[in-house]
Structures are given as structure tokens and as C-alpha cells.
Design a protein around this ligand. Structure first.
Ligand code: CP
Length: 315
């Protein structure tokens, strides 16, 4: 990495970044949910943002692959009146010539986007880079550290159905150890008073059980406790050794059959992408309580709300 960005980039921060959820209060999250809900009722004709924000851009710099988060943020930018500019993976960029991730971000920042949306690996110091930029940074997935917008949109999905989040018992099932989504859910649960439980094979559970988190030895035990269940992708690309998928399927794969006796209030979530036949069977999509595509739909409003918060439209 070179010594640092040229001086125009280092300046007073305007707007609100979101690197993790620890900076949010319960009131902030409630306001975000209300704002996202309001935005979801706007039609294209209600949006006066294009004129208001003419010429403003949002930079989406994604050093790791993405479908939902990238396109959701791009949609949110379009609805917020910002033109998204994007870098998606190394292909065709100067990363292939050896330019560092940090230099890449500083150079994109020099093009003065109004907001910087970053997906980066663990080794990238998002906090240090953010501190050197004038525009707010939104974390769109940071290695195993966190995926704050995903956790927010997951609980927004439950909240907008009128569910009382303080009575919610969220069971996270599968590859919790490697999951940035689970990491952000543990933070968000503390803020909102959601109870969290985990279940899965021992090697995929947190090395140190987080305080206050219920740990279940079987899916059926967890399901007796849960009001909602979130399956997580088995992230083979982040595993060190070999992994016994057959045993995982036998004990932990969610299917319509396994969920047949579940109460009507049980909601089934997955942040995507799904490994079909590993953490979920396809028939789960047909269950009345399945909200996997509702999560994606609501994610746009959460991200638009966060972009507008980052621009100082509301706080
Ligand atoms: N949930 C999620 O982050 O999906 P993508 O990796 O496709 O963005």
C-alpha cells in the first residue's frame, strides 16, 4: 500500500457511515425501519430525487462476489437519485496489474462519489480507509466480520409484518462460524432485544459461545424454541479442512418435511445465496412461512434508507 491518499480525500466527514451495527441505537434502527417502510410505499412518480441529486454518484466497490447486495444497492441508488458507478471484482481493473485494494478505493474516492459502498475481505482495513475518506462508507459485507445491511433487512422483513422483535427468538442454523451475517445478527440482537439461538455441527458453531446465545444440539430442539429460523450457507470456500456434507444433510438440512410440524408463526429466512440440497431443500420455498424473497425485496428499502441517512437526508 502507498503512504496514503492525496490531501483532497482527507477532510471532514459529512453524513453517516455504517461500518458495523455497534454505532446504532435502538431508536436509530426503529427510525431506519420506519423510513424504509415509508420508502416502500413511494411509487416512481413520487420520487423527486433525480433532479435533487443530479450529478451525484455512489461508488460500489466490491472486491468479493455479490448478486443481491450489489444489485440491491444499485437499485437503491437509482431510486435515491444517485448514479451508481461500480467496480466488481478484479477482472478488467488495475487490481490485475497489482494495484492494492486501498489504492483502488482512494482513486475511486478521488472521483468524488457522494457515498462509498464497499465489500471487502477481512484483511482490508475498512475502518482505517473510511477514516481517510470525506464521503461516508457503507459496509456491504466485510470478510467474516460483518454484513450490517443484511442483518437489518432480515429483521426489517419480520418487523414489517407487525412482529414484536423483543419477543422474537431467532434460530441461526448452519455455518455460523464463517458467517458475517451471523456476526451482524449478534450485534443487532443486542440492540433490539431479539433472542438468538444457534444450532449446527460443532465445527461450524462459534469457537467461543457468545454470551446470552442459546445453543441447541439438534434441529428439532432448536425448532421447539424458535419463532423464526435462518439457515446459513455452508461456506466451503472459508473452511480449512474437509467437511462431511452427508452428515450435515442428514442432521441440519431444512426441508418441508422437517418443518411440517412447525407452528404457523415460524418464519424461514436465508440471506442467500442458497446451496440447494445442503442447508435448504427447494420445497422450503413453497412454505407459507418462507420469507427468502421478501428479505431481498425489503433490502432495497433498507439500503435506500441508509444511503439517504449517509447523505444527511434524515438522521
Ligand atoms: N446475502 C448476500 O450478501 O448475497 P450476495 O453475496 O449475493 O450479495
Amino acid at each position: 500500500m502507498t503512504p496514503g491518499p492525496p490531501s483532497p480525500i482527507v477532510a471532514q466527514m459529512s453524513g453517516l457511515p455504517l461500518l458495523d451495527l455497534t454505532t446504532l441505537s435502538q431508536n436509530d434502527v426503529q427510525k431506519l425501519f420506519s423510513e424504509a417502510e415509508r420508502l416502500s410505499h413511494e411509487g416512481p412518480r413520487d420520487r423527486q430525487n433525480s433532479e435533487l441529486r443530479r450529478g451525484l454518484t455512489a461508488a460500489l466497490v466490491f472486491f468479493e462476489p455479490s448478486t443481491r447486495t450489489k444489485l440491491s444497492f444499485e437499485t437503491a441508488c437509482a431510486r435515491a437519485g444517485l448514479a451508481p458507478i461500480g467496480l466488481h471484482g478484479a477482472g478488467g481493473t488495475s487490481l490485475e496489474k497489482g494495484e492494492s485494494l486501498e489504492d483502488t478505493v482512494f482513486n475511486v474516492a478521488a472521483m468524488s462519489p457522494a457515498v462509498m459502498i464497499l465489500r471487502a475481505p477481512d484483511e482490508f482495513d475498512m475502518r482505517a480507509v473510511s477514516a481517510k475518506l470525506t464521503m461516508p462508507v457503507l459496509n456491504a459485507g466485510w470478510g467474516r466480520r460483518g454484513h450490517p445491511t443484511q442483518a437489518l433487512l432480515d429483521l426489517f422483513c419480520l418487523w414489517r409484518e407487525g412482529r414484536d422483535l423483543q419477543a422474537e427468538r431467532l434460530l441461526i442454523c448452519g455455518d455460523i462460524r464463517h458467517s458475517r451475517v451471523a456476526a451482524s445478527h449478534l450485534q443487532l440482537a443486542n440492540i433490539l432485544g431479539v433472542q438468538v439461538g444457534v444450532c449446527g455441527p460443532g465445527e461450524l458453531l462459534p469457537e467461543t459461545p457468545p454470551p446470552g446465545v442459546h445453543q441447541f444440539v439438534s434441529l428439532s430442539e432448536g425448532l421447539e424454541w424458535a419463532t423464526s429460523i435462518m439457515a446459513l450457507r455452508v461456506q466451503l470456500e472459508r473452511h480449512q479442512g474437509s467437511f462431511d456434507l452427508e452428515t450435515f444433510r442428514k442432521n441440519w438440512t431444512l426441508s418441508a418435511e422437517r418443518l411440517a410440524g412447525a407452528p404457523e408463526f415460524l418464519r424461514v429466512l436465508h440471506p442467500g445465496p442458497v446451496n440447494w440440497g445442503v442447508e435448504l431443500q427447494e420445497d422450503v420455498m413453497r412454505l407459507k412461512g418462507c420469507r427468502i424473497l421478501s428479505q431481498v425485496e425489503g433490502g432495497v428499502w433498507i439500503r435506500q434508507g441508509l444511503i439517504e441517512r449517509a447523505l444527511g437526508v434524515w438522521s
